[in-house]
Structures are given as structure tokens and as C-alpha cells.
Design a binder for this molecule. Structure first.
Ligand code: CP
Length: 303
């Protein structure tokens, strides 16, 4: 993984996923390690973020590294008309690795082509969010004891949700059965269903949130992504289509864990937070350990 960019979850192999998860486990046991002394990491966020940006910051700080960057494009010379390529080429001079979030699909891949240092995609439009995917895999393995043969429910905005796109691709290596629950207009895009068909992975699509969830090992709930809608009226029509409440979890499996990449809007009632099946806040913490592992492997400090 040394010096490799991480743009799509398919850039790494299942063996490499396991290497990251195993190292993340070590960091969880012993998070204070000064491995990134003398390293400078650029953190370029052209789109808002709480968890991804701050958990990367936390991971870098815990490892003794330093961070340069910006949390909104208006604070950079992009606001003066500088091209994206020139920005990336310049930041390459100042850093050993670039972490980047951008609203345009494909922007992270383009950045990796013009940068002389590895690039980590922290989310590009509705396309991919590979580091979220790795922390999701970590959370799934930690709570289920395995990644293999699980019944995975993906719920909400499956059209625009980059986290579900990355997770679907990664889990397809571990013989899952998928159930998709979404409104008709926010269904999983055909390209991802074609991907599953090609790999012989079973999936079922639903528009109603019914007691079908009693089969789930993992229920991965997502927000309806307001910022990706061109028609605000369409967002209003679907924004509260599903709200998970405690009573809906009666009869679900003991081992069920509810994951959510966060931020949450209304799709999980806050009363669910106290339910032992709720795992979305520990999941966010897992992002720190997973990102410590990703940084150490890409920078070649661990192998
Ligand atoms: N999960 C996630 O990407 O959250 P942020 O948008 O807050 O980074």
C-alpha cells in the first residue's frame, strides 16, 4: 500500500482491507504512537465535513503528525480563480500526502493524476468514500466477528449515498445478501446492481420499511442527501420517507447493529440511540483507528 492513492475502495484488495482492519485494531488498543513525526499532511475540504475531517485530524494528531489545509474552498486561492490542478500541484510541494473532499465525482482521481504524493479520497460527490467504507468494515467485523455471509440492509438515499456505493463494492467480496430499502426515486443505481449481478451476489429491492428487517445482521441507514438534489420539491417529497423508531426494532435479531455514516437528520429517531442495537456513535470513533492505519500504511511507516 506504500505510496498508493486511495480513491475508490476497489483500489485495494480484500487482503489489504484485512491488513488495515488488523492494524486499526492495534491502534485501538494503543492509540498513542509518535509514528508521523516530521510528516505534514494536507487536508483539503472543498465540501463540509465533521467526522471525516476531524477524525483524520485526530488520527494525525495522535500519531504526532502535522496538518496544513483548509476546510472550505473560499479560504483558498480557488476563490480567486485558481484552477483545481494548480491548487493540487502547489499543495504537493508542501505535504507528504493529500486528503481531499470535493463535490465533483472523479475529482479525487484527477487529483491523484496531477499530484506527486498519494491522495486519499475523503468523498467525491455521489461517487465514493473509501475511508468511510473501511471504518464501516471495521465496525461490522468488530460487532459481528466476521465480514462473511452477512445479511446487509442498506436504507435511505441509495442513489446519491457515496458511502453505500463503496460499502456495496467492498462487501461483495464476502458473500453477503443485500436488501435495499429506498423510495423509487432514490433506488440503488443500475451500475451497482450490474456490478452485483456480475459477481453473482443476491440482492432484493423494497420501497416499504416492513418486518423484512427481522432478517438483518447490519442495517446501514443513510440520510437523504439534500445537497445532491437539483429539484428542491423532490427533496421535500422524500426527505422524511423513513424514520426508524424503537418499536420498529421489536423482533429484530439480537446481533443486529444499526450503522449510519452520519450526519443524521430525521431518519433515526433519537430514542433509538439508547437501544443496544444502535452503533453509529462507536462507528464514528472507529474512524480514528481506521484512518490511523490507512495513513501509516500509505506513508510506509507500517507494512
Ligand atoms: N460520514 C461522513 O462522511 O461524515 P462527514 O460528512 O461529517 O465527514
Amino acid at each position: 500500500m506504500k505510496n498508493k492513492s486511495l480513491i475508490s475502495i476497489t483500489d485495494f484488495t480484500p487482503e489489504e482491507y484485512y491488513k488495515i482492519l488488523d492494524l486499526a485494531e492495534e491502534f485501538e488498543k494503543n492509540p498513542k504512537q509518535n509514528l508521523l513525526n516530521d510528516y505534514v499532511i494536507a487536508s483539503l475540504f472543498f465540501e463540509p465535513s465533521t467526522r471525516t475531517r476531524l477524525s483524520f485530524d485526530s488520527a494525525i494528531n495522535r500519531l504526532g503528525g502535522r496538518i496544513v489545509g483548509f476546510s472550505e474552498a473560499t479560504n483558498s486561492s480557488v476563490a480567486k480563480g485558481e484552477s483545481f490542478a494548480d491548487t493540487i500541484k502547489t499543495v504537493t510541494q508542501y505535504s507528504d500526502l493529500i486528503i481531499m473532499r470535493h463535490p465533483l465525482e472523479g475529482s479525487a482521481r484527477y487529483a491523484s493524476e496531477v499530484a506527486d504524493v498519494p491522495v486519499i479520497n475523503a468523498g467525491d460527490g455521489a461517487n465514493q468514500h473509501p475511508t468511510q467504507c473501511l471504518l464501516d468494515l471495521y465496525s461490522i467485523r468488530k460487532t459481528q466477528g466476521t465480514l462473511e455471509n452477512l445479511n446487509i440492509f442498506l436504507v435511505g438515499d441509495l442513489k446519491h449515498g457515496r458511502t453505500v456505493h463503496s460499502l456495496l463494492m467492498a462487501l461483495s467480496n464476502f458473500n453477503p445478501v443485500f436488501n435495499f430499502i429506498s423510495p423509487e426515486t432514490l433506488k440503488m443505481p443500475d451500475e451497482y446492481k450490474d456490478f452485483l449481478n456480475h459477481k453473482g451476489i443476491k440482492f432484493y429491492e423494497h420501497t416499504e420499511f416492513t418486518d423484512i428487517i427481522s432478517k438483518a445482521d447490519i442495517m446501514y441507514v443513510t440520510r437523504v442527501q439534500k445537497e445532491r438534489f437539483s429539484d428542491p420539491m423532490e427533496y421535500e417529497r422524500v426527505k422524511n420517507v423513513y424514520v426508524l423508531t424503537n418499536d420498529m426494532l421489536d423482533g429484530t435479531k439480537e446481533n443486529l447493529k444499526i450503522l449510519h455514516p452520519l450526519p443524521r437528520v430525521n431518519e433515526i429517531d433519537t430514542s433509538v440511540d439508547e437501544n443496544p442495537r444502535a452503533y453509529y456513535f462507536p462507528q464514528a470513533l472507529n474512524g480514528v483507528y481506521t484512518r490511523m492505519a490507512i495513513l501509516s500504511l500509505i506513508l510506509g511507516i507500517k507494512s
